[in-house]
Design a protein around this ligand. Structure first.
Ligand code: GLC
Length: 683
């Protein structure tokens, strides 16, 4: 049951798609105060668990910290941070407490539809208090249901169907900030193919543009771009260019000229076009919240789709600001005034603070405006909608530009509702072991919010990776729908063919292609039915008192659980089995072994080159039969299916498949149910 409460005069965020009437009941699950915005408060019992909030730091159980929804370009994802790139204001409080220490009432989900700054204090200030502070103008949805899965399913119906990527978007993808010319890209393709490593896409980071101008290609480094796109396609490789939010201010640059002339950029306090700076220096921000401007920005992708491009990543769309023109002027004056001063403990650190404070400064976000259907709205109030609407601009344009096919599209910044238009990647992580765990913990929280097409930069974006880190990361990312190795400029080269254990890497990537029938089937079923592809194990075993303590294992789809190794030098790890399961240990699709294991705690040894999965009882999974020549997803299209499973006699599996490209998915009544008998199993 979903109840809707409206406070003040909220802007329309388009986060939800269901039109439900405002509830006449009093607000029940949390205590409400309306003096300073909307404040909600409730007591949490000792064992209650809070799941959700999407892209955030810390564990799956969000208790013990506070999280701020205010999309931020912060590349240091450490535990002390309160905001990352997205704003996902949905959480579910699971009441787990025994009589003696119980919080009040049953489990519930809550979605705070407020695109401005919202704070979720999940027991940081007071251990047993959940406090949510929103602005005065918002809509709040309260969802009660049978269990966590039911609460999430209802929420997902409310916010609409998740984005469906093309099947090729599930293949292995390689990226790096620093492939600066065609020859660099060719070398990457040769590097993979030369070693028999499948490769689906190579990304073009900002280096492909002419002076970081959106919808341009540097003709010297990428001459005859359309031909180059075709050349790559001929080898089975999609090129995926980046698009940034800011449009360079430059006379004669058509996107800039047209935006100014049509009044499509965000305005400053004096009604001029707001000036900020990002990669190209000074830019204007297209007003993504103005439907006309959004449509115009979307049409610009045509420049690249006309040349054969069918996938994009949208970046810097919090929007990231290096500095605003006005603030820079002030700070420069102040710094210059300090010249010849004796900079001491106060003045030196003050200077550092004002200089670092130039970037992503909230004062700047308060100083520009959108035109939302004729109404002037301060950016700060709707800050979290910007990346969502940039991605929506692209997706809506693709429907017109390429109506016959799905496209790959994901964004850095997002808000609830963007999942209908594209996926996200989790931004600038580091080559740290702890960031494998962070990524594992973010996945189910994102899935709760409908964001299913997601993954992290494999190997880590910042810092130098190492061979073992990259291999362990791949073993987890084997299951993330977006499987992309990406790294920052200046870091150690991180393509897998750069390392010694090529054979092991190749086996892992081929395993991904083997597992694709299962991954794709489970992804599509989750997207089409509002389910979660990744789940904390407590979602599947709500009665198990230990399951909600497990922060580093995940259920994936209907048949398997994973327990990746994410600790440096670890030769294995402790795994908790909430029921009897079949452990399958794979070095390749030809080399695997299985063993039934009892419910309970186990130490599972796992060599660096082994992938371990746990199959649930009475479940099976479809696998594409091994193919030494597989280069892309197209090569497994007609592959025979073999089955792994843990069954006594037979089990049924609902096997979703389609052509992987047309926009209309197979309707649920036509999904195939396959009966698999024990004697049919390969493992
Ligand atoms: C941002 C993105 C990163 C990209 C870089 C250069 O930091 O998050 O993925 O490589 O910009 O475009």
């Amino acid at each position: 049951m979903i109840k809707k409460y409206v406070f003040g005069q909220p802007v329309c965020t388009d986060a939800v798609v269901m039109n439900i009437p405002e509830s006449g009941d009093a607000f029940s699950v949390m205590e409400l105060t309306e003096s300073d915005g909307v404040k909600l408060c409730c007591r949490m019992g000792e064992r209650d668990v809070v799941y959700g909030l999407g892209e955030q730091v810390r564990g799956m159980n969000k208790r013990g910290f506070s999280y701020v929804s205010y999309a931020t370009d912060d590349s240091i994802h450490t535990e002390n941070k309160h905001s990352l790139y997205g704003a996902h204001n949905f959480l579910a409080l699971a009441r787990k407490s025994r009589e003696t220490d119980s919080g009040e009432g049953g489990s519930f989900g809550i979605f705070v539809d407020d695109p401005g700054r919202v704070v979720f204090d999940v027991g940081e200030t007071k251990h047993d208090q959940l406090v949510i502070q929103a602005g005065g103008d918002c809509v709040i949805y309260v969802i009660e249901g049978e269990d966590l899965k039911d609460i999430v399913r209802q929420f997902r119906r409310l916010i609409g169907r998740s984005y469906l990527p093309p099947k090729w978007a599930f293949g292995y993808q390689q990226s790096r900030w620093g492939y600066v010319c065609q020859e660099d890209v060719r070398e990457v393709v040769r590097g993979h193919h030369g070693q028999g490593i499948p490769l689906e896409a190579v990304y073009l980071d900002i280096d492909y543009m002419e002076n970081y101008k959106d919808f341009t290609v540097d003709g010297e480094k990428f001459p005859a771009f359309g031909d180059f796109v075709d050349e790559m396609k001929g080898q089975g490789v999609h090129l995926v260019p980046i698009i940034d939010a800011g449009v360079k201010i430059e006379k004669g640059y058509p996107v800039y000229e047209e935006g100014v002339q049509k009044g499509y950029f965000c305005k400053d306090e004096e009604e001029g076009d707001f000036v900020a700076a990002v990669w190209p220096g000074r830019v204007h921000f297209p007003d993504m919240l103005n439907p006309e401007a959004r449509a115009w920005f979307g049409e610009n992708y045509k420049f690249l789709t006309d040349q054969g491009i069918d996938g994009f990543w949208n970046d810097m769309n919090e929007p990231a600001i290096f500095y605003s023109e006005k603030n820079l002027e002030k700070v420069m004056d102040e710094v210059i005034s300090l010249k010849d001063e004796n900079l001491d403990i106060d003045s030196f650190f003050h200077m550092v603070e004002i200089v670092t404070g130039l970037s992503n400064n909230r004062k700047d976000y308060k100083s520009f405006y959108h035109n939302m259907n004729g109404e002037k709205v301060c950016h700060d109030k709707v800050h979290n909608l910007y990346g969502f609407n940039m991605t929506r601009a692209a997706a809506e344009a693709f429907e017109k530009l390429m109506p016959e096919k799905r496209t790959l599209l994901f964004s850095r910044s997002s808000y609830i509702g963007m999942h209908r238009y594209g996926g996200i990647w989790t931004g600038d992580n580091e080559s740290w072991w702890s960031h494998i765990l962070l990524s594992m913990q973010q996945m189910p929280a994102l899935n709760m919010c409908g964001i299913l097409y997601t993954g992290s930069d494999i190997g880590g974006f910042g810092s130098d990776t190492t061979e073992d880190l990259l291999m362990r990361w791949l073993e987890f990312a084997m299951f993330t729908p977006l499987m992309r190795n990406h790294a920052a400029m200046g870091t150690r080269r991180q393509e897998i063919y750069q390392f010694e254990r090529i054979e092991d890497f190749r086996n892992l990537i081929r395993l991904r292609y083997g597992l694709l029938p299962y991954i794709y089937s489970e992804y599509m079923k989750a997207a089409l039915s509002g389910g979660m592809y990744f789940r904390p194990i407590a979602f599947d075993y709500p009665e198990d008192a230990h399951a909600d303590q497990v922060e580093d294992q995940l259920m994936i789809g209907e048949s398997i659980m994973i327990a990746p190794v994410y600790v440096q030098n670890a030769k294995g790890r402790y795994v908790y089995l909430p029921e009897e399961m079949l452990m399958v240990r794979m070095r390749s699709l030809e080399d695997y072994a299985s063993e039934a294991m009892d419910k309970g705690h186990h130490y599972v040894e796992t060599d660096l080159n082994e992938l371990v999965i746990f199959v649930k009882k009475n479940r099976v999974l479809p696998i594409a039969a091994p193919d030494r020549d597989v280069k892309t997803t197209a090569d497994i299209e007609d592959a025979p299916i073999i089955w792994f499973g843990f069954i006594e006699t037979a089990a049924e599996y609902v096997f979703y498949d389609d052509d992987g490209i047309s926009r209309n998915p197979v309707p649920e009544e036509k999904w195939k149910t396959v009966t698999v008998r024990k004697e049919d199993l390969a493992c």
